[in-house]
Design a binder for this molecule. Structure first.
Ligand SMILES: *Cc1c(COP(=O)(O)O)cnc(C)c1O
Length: 480
């Protein structure tokens, strides 16, 4: 249970002379002392604590977290699903964790084989034959693929400068386009929450390098005109990038390559069961069409007969985007997850993710407006605009109050196309009881007095930190 006591810093808990470990007296000759100018005049003002002080401090801090292992975590767009513990265990086998990336390739054949197989699995799931496991996150995958697109058009001698991005897209899409040297151009959504085909037609010309598309999109809606859209972009000579963050909804049902997509990323930390959040590592493997394969970053994992190797003899490659083999520990978990579920299991993931989201959508419709979609895919977006107008309750108030009820808040104020948005993604791993309890909590919260809600959360050590200031001007130095 989380408690409300004020968290004190280790520096405040410090008592002079307190120690976790006392070393025995040195029984070997001391080495030459360092030159006096290299020696500190005063000892560093570090906290002095016993081992137990430190253990209690960090263990108690950890209990303040709402985590997927302790609480329902319906964070839309980010697929915070439960990560089976067996994958953790397998990824922690010493034969995998004790490898060093500088070992000779002959001595890491097992790991290379695992990574090679993962490339094949991702190629099969995406319907795109060429894979790089290098990118370190989804956003990094976007950047890498856009650099590939730039290299491709450079080789063709076509100066294309624009990347089209729907207004419901994740902020990383325009950021990646800009970083890759393109000019991001927004495409409007239609009243049904999907790409507006007329606006697309207006913006499509021979300067367009790439259309980035998220399918299902961030409203949890399938872009029903995907094949038409990819055809139109191809007719203009452009490429299609699929932001694969929402693949949980369509695994085993829709292969983006079959819809005309040329490049995409996966987020193994969302879709393939790696823990994420709190800044933990992720990965962003990309899959591309055959014609883009020569530009993939090096190294790609190759195979000659029974031998696996790091293929870096690729003259048209955009070069390296990540040290060594990529974020291998995350990729190993993805391999374990895919091998555990198999093709039928993956379809089951998509089916249950969509079923759970629609169940919750139906429960919440009577209390909060759902501006887009009678039905949804793996997630949906409700709007608190009406309750804000009528009773002064904002999406933020609802989200903060959910913490008091023991639920991690959903994503809020995204996508930007919905006012007072709460974006809810239950994922396939949650039981009906959990979904019912969450819906029940929201029913209660929406009926509460706005003044109560504006005070929320009341059960946490900190209430509503100024997130922008905390991110832009963090106070990292302790002054007594
Ligand atoms: C999470 C997400 C991204 C970015 O992925 P990271 O792995 O966090 O870099 C991009 N697009 C969408 C729709 C996302 O949900």
């Amino acid at each position: 249970m989380r408690n409300k006591e004020v968290v004190r810093l280790l520096f405040e808990l410090s008592r002079p002379g307190r120690r976790a470990v006392r070393w025995p007296a040195c029984d070997v000759p001391e080495c030459e002392p360092p030159p006096p100018e290299a020696v500190r005049e005063e000892p560093l003002p570090l906290p002095e604590l016993s081992e137990l002080d430190v253990v209690r401090h960090y263990t108690s801090l950890a209990t303040f977290n709402l985590a997927v292992d302790t609480h329902f975590y319906p964070l839309g767009s980010c697929t915070m699903k439960y990560n089976p513990k067996r994958n953790e265990k397998l990824a922690n086998l010493p034969g995998l964790t004790d490898l060093h990336p500088y070992q000779p390739q002959a001595s890491v054949q097992g790991m290379l084989r695992l990574l090679y197989e993962l490339q094949q699995f991702l190629a099969e799931i995406s319907g795109l034959p060429a894979v790089s496991l290098q990118p370190a996150a989804g956003a990094h995958g976007e950047l890498t693929a856009l650099l590939i697109a730039a290299a491709y058009f450079r080789k063709l001698g076509e100066p294309r400068c624009k990347v089209l991005i729907p207004d419901s897209a994740h902020g990383t899409n325009p950021a990646s386009a800009k970083m890759a040297g393109f000019e991001p151009v927004e495409v409007r959504s239609n009243p049904q929450g999907r790409i507006d085909l007329e606006d697309l037609a207006v913006k499509l010309d021979d300067k367009v390098a790439v259309l980035m598309i998220t399918n299902p999109n961030t409203l949890g809606l399938f872009e029903t005109h995907i094949v038409d859209i990819t055809r139109k972009v191809h007719e203009c000579g452009g490429l299609i990038y699929l932001d694969g963050a929402n693949m949980n909804a369509v695994l085993g049902y829709v292969r983006p390559g079959d819809c005309g997509v040329d490049m995409m990323h996966f987020n193994p930390h969302k879709t393939f069961s790696s823990p994420h959040g709190g800044g933990g590592p992720g990965a962003g493997p990309i899959c591309v069409a055959e014609k883009l394969a020569p530009y993939l970053p090096v190294p790609v994992i190759g195979r000659r007969g029974e031998e696996y190797f790091l293929d870096d003899q690729r003259p048209d490659s955009i070069g390296r985007v990540r040290s060594f083999f990529g974020n291998v520990a995350v990729l190993v978990r993805a391999w374990c997850y895919l091998r555990t579920l198999g093709p039928d299991g993956l379809r089951g993931v998509a089916e249950h993710a969509v079923l759970n989201a629609n169940y919750l959508l139906t429960k919440l419709k009577p209390i909060l407006d759902v501006p887009y979609g009678e039905r949804c895919m793996h997630e949906f977006v409700v709007s608190a605009a009406r309750v804000k107008r009528e009773r002064g309750i904002s999406a933020l108030d609802i989200a903060k109050r959910l913490i008091d009820y023991g639920f991690h808040p959903p994503t809020v104020y995204f996508p930007l196309t919905v006012k007072e948005a709460l974006m809810i993604e239950p994922t396939e791993t949650e039981s009906r009881e959990t979904l019912d309890a969450f819906a029940q909590a929201l029913v209660k919260i929406v009926a509460e007095d706005s003044q109560v809600l504006q005070q929320a959360p009341t059960t946490t050590p900190v209430r509503r930190p100024d997130e922008v200031t905390a991110a832009r001007h963090p106070v990292l130095k302790w002054t007594p």
